[in-house]
Write a protein that binds this ligand. Sequence first.
Ligand code: ATP
Ligand code: MG
Ligand code: MG
Ligand code: MG
Length: 575
Amino acid sequence: MITRLSQLFLRTLRDDPADAEVPSHKLLVRAGYVRRIAPGVYSWLPLGLRVLRQIERVVREEMDAIGAQEISLPALLPREPYEATNRWTEYGPGLFRLKDRKGADYLLGPTHEELFALTVKGEYNSYKDLPVTLYQIQTKYRDEERPRAGILRGREFVMKDSYSFDLDEDGLKKSYHDHREAYQRIFARLGIKYVIVAATSGAMGGSASEEFLAESPVGEDTYVRCIESGYAANVEAVRTTPPNAIPIEGQPEAVAHDTPNTPTIATLVEWANQNLGRTVTAADTLKNILVQLRHPDGATEILGIGIPGDREVDEKRLGASLEPAEFTMLTDEDFAKNPFLVKGYIGPKALLANKVRYLVDPRVVDGTSWITGADEPGKHYVDLVAGRDFTPDGTIEAAEVRDGDMSPDGRGPLVSARGIEIGHIFQLGYKYTDTFSVDVLGENGKPVRLIQGSYGVGVSRLVAVIAEQQHDEKGLRWPREVSPFDVYVVIANKDDSARAGAEQLAAQFDSHGLSVLLDDRKASPGVKFKDSELIGVPLIVVVGRGWADGKVEVRDRFTGDSTEVGGDQALEAVL
Ligand code: ATP
Ligand code: MG
Ligand code: MG
Ligand code: MG
C-alpha cells in the first residue's frame, strides 16, 4: 500500500509537549502518533495506530502458535463476579466503578480472571475438553494513582491477557512454560532488550510468577541480578540475608502448609484437621491464620490467630453459614502468653518484630484488608505471601535489598537496575476456579477442579517501550517488524522527473508487498528529512538531484548510513 504524506492525517510538532518528561512520550507526541485526551487517556493517530496494530499482530501470531484461541470479552462488566472474588473491594481506588440507569453497579475491567473462569465454566464440562488457553487483546481500565509518560502508564490501555485452564498442576506448568517461550519470541521479534525476573520468591508459598522487564532507566520497577548465577528478581520478590541478621535460637521452627484456596469454613476445617493432625475448634470468623510451630524438642504447637471480622460481609461473600464457629478464638491472655502472636493487623515488620516466624498460606484469610503490611487497614490490601513478605529465618524485606548484597543462592553479589514491566506470567492456581466452582467431569466420573494460569502483555505500553529503547536525538526508530511503514520515500526535488521517479519506485515497492510512505508534500527537502527522521521508518529512500543520473539515496535510520544506488537497484536495497 502507498500512503501519501500529503493526504495523511498527520501534523508533526517542532516542540516537545510541556507535560512530557521521558523521551518516548515527547517523540510519540511530536511525531504525531498519539494525542492526550485526559491524564492517562490517549488517542491513537494513524501512525501510532499502525505501530499498535503491528505489535498486536506479532502477539497474535505467537499466541496462536501455542494454540491459544482468541476471544473478546466486554470491558464493561457487572459487579457480581468481582464481588465474588472480593476484587470489587480489594482493588480499591484503582477500579473504575460506575452505575447504570437502574442503579446497578458496573466496572471497567482492569483484568479478566473472573470472566475467563466463568466463560470456561459456561462452555466446558468434560476432561476431554481440556486443556484450553484463551486470550484477548483488549482495552483495560485502571485508575492509576500516577498515570505517567504518555502511554507508558495509561488509565486506559491495551493488554493482551490470556488464561490457561488445565486438569492438573503439571498441565498448568506446561501452559506456563509455553507462554514463557511465546513471550520470549514476541519480545525478540520486537527487538526489545529485556530480562525475566522472579516476581514472587520461589522459596516458600506464593504461586510461581515471573515478570518480563524491559531494560530502561525510566522504568518504575527495580530488579536485581546476580551475574555469577543468572539469578534475577524484582526487588519486591528478592530475599537477602542482611549482614546483621541474628539467627533466633531455641525457638520453634515453623512449618508451612498449603491450604485449600477457597476459604470456606468447611474446607478450611477439613484441611486443618487433615493436615495439622489436630482437631481445630471454635472460631469466630474466617479471619484466622493458622500457625504451626515445631519446637526444637519436636513438639508441635498449632495456633490460630483470630481477629473479629465482619460476619455479614463474610457470609455474603462466601454464601456460607459461619455457624458453628470452628476455630480457636484467641484471647488477650493468649496473646500475652505467646510471644509468637501479634494482635491487630499483621504485616512483615510486625511479624519479624514479634518473631511470628511463619504463617500457613495466608490466602486462607484472603480479601480482608486487615492483613496488610500497611498501617491503614482497608486501604492497601496486600496478599501476604509466605516467603515473599516474610520468612522464618530473619531475612529482610525487599525494599532493603541493595547493590552488593549477596544473592540468595550465595553465588555472587547483586546488582540493581531499572526496568519497565512489559509482561507478567502467573501460575494462578485455584483462586478463581474455586470461587466459581469451575469443574469438569473427570475420566473417573468424578469432578475435577480446573487450575488456572494468567498471562499479560502490555501491548500499548510496548509502543512506548520500543520508542524508549530505540530512539536517538533525531527521533523515533522502529524495527522493521513494528514500523508503521516498510519504506519511506522522500521526493527531495521539485522537478517533475524526480517526482515521477519516486512515484514509480513507490509503485514498484508496493507491488512487492512493501508498505510505503511517500512524502509528496510541497515542502522543502530540509523539512522532509527532519520529519522522516522524527517518524522513524527504518529505511528512507531519497529521490532527489541524483535522479537526473538515475540514482537514489538509501538511508538506514538506525545506523545513519547512506548509500547511493541506481534506481533499478533500489528495490533490492529495501527488500
Ligand atoms: P505495573 O507494575 O507496571 O503497574 P502491573 O503489574 O500492575 O503493571 P499486570 O496486572 O501484571 O500489570 O498487567 C499485565 C501487563 O499489563 C503488565 O505487565 C504491563 O505491561 C501492562 N500494564 C499494566 N498496567 C498498565 C498501564 N497502566 N498502562 C499500560 N500498560 C499497563
Ligand atoms: Mg500496576
Ligand atoms: Mg507490576
Ligand atoms: Mg504485573
